[in-house]
Design a protein around this ligand. Structure first.
Ligand code: FE2
Ligand code: FE2
Length: 254
């Protein structure tokens, strides 16, 4: 753990260190997802809700950029934002890589193409809507340094858990290799995962640590940052719990 060098308070360092065993990263959803292949209706629940959750990520990074005054910290966060938009190539924007992957996967599972319109009409769980609502409130700009530190805390928690999240999602994605003609085809379709676990999320984490350390100085700033990071981990755990329950009911029926 290198968080000490970023002048984070010990409570925040402790929270981050414990995150790998916390419900945001260890939960029933990941267990189900990694254990083995799921049916089309369960994967649909994952696809629609994970996309609904993830589509706001770049806006949250933009809010983080706006919350900063320090030019060096702004520069770091701008790299995160640029990477979310494919380093200038819209085809490689992470949200486009994700929708391409999900549409392709659902099409393979169903044995027929899944259109964007069809995908957009898939139901979104109340727990996902709640995640988005609370996520936006954590990133809400405000005039005080504590407001800025709240944004930085949420952003740090988001980026801290993103790498292990993507690793676990990729491990689950490997369960569907049987749907692809060969390994070449499978890996070709997995670019969303490779861009994240190959480089992006490692850099985003460092950038978030740097910015969080620069922005928050006073003890009330530290408290705001800690509370917000904790809240982000909680809403993330609730999001995955909602998915696990919904997938279970799809499996067992009404
Ligand atoms: Fe991303
Ligand atoms: Fe990230």
């Amino acid at each position: 753990m290198r968080a000490e060098i970023y002048h984070l308070n010990p409570e925040l360092i402790d929270l981050l260190e414990r995150a790998s065993h916390a419900p945001a990263l260890r939960n029933d959803f990941y267990t189900k997802w990694i254990r083995g292949p799921l049916g089309p209706s369960e994967v649909e629940v994952f696809a629609a809700n994970y996309f609904a959750r993830t589509r706001h990520t770049s806006a949250m990074v933009a809010y983080t950029l706006l919350a900063l005054d320090d030019v060096e910290a702004k520069t770091e966060i701008s790299k995160n934002l640029f990477s979310e938009f494919g380093n200038g190539n819209p085809q490689k924007a992470h949200i486009n890589l994700l929708i391409d992957y999900l549409l392709d996967l659902l099409g393979r599972l169903r044995g027929r193409k899944c259109s964007v319109e069809e995908f957009n009409s898939l139901p979104i769980l109340p727990t996902t809507t709640e995640f988005t609502k609370r996520q936006h409130s954590l990133y809400q700009p405000g005039p005080h340094s504590m407001d800025r530190c709240r944004v930085l805390g949420a952003h740090l928690a988001q980026e801290w858990i993103a790498y292990p999240m993507l690793v676990q999602l990729y491990e689950g994605a490997r369960n569907y290799q049987y749907l692809y003609q060969d390994l070449d085809e499978f890996h070709e379709e997995c670019e969303y995962f490779y861009t994240h676990i190959g480089e992006s999320e490692k850099s985003h984490r460092e950038q978030a640590l740097f910015a969080a350390g620069r922005a928050c100085q006073s003890s009330s700033d530290h408290d705001a940052r800690l509370d917000s990071a904790r809240a982000f981990l909680e809403i993330t755990a609730n999001f995955w719990d909602g998915l696990a329950l919904a997938m279970q009911s799809r499996r067992t029926g009404p």
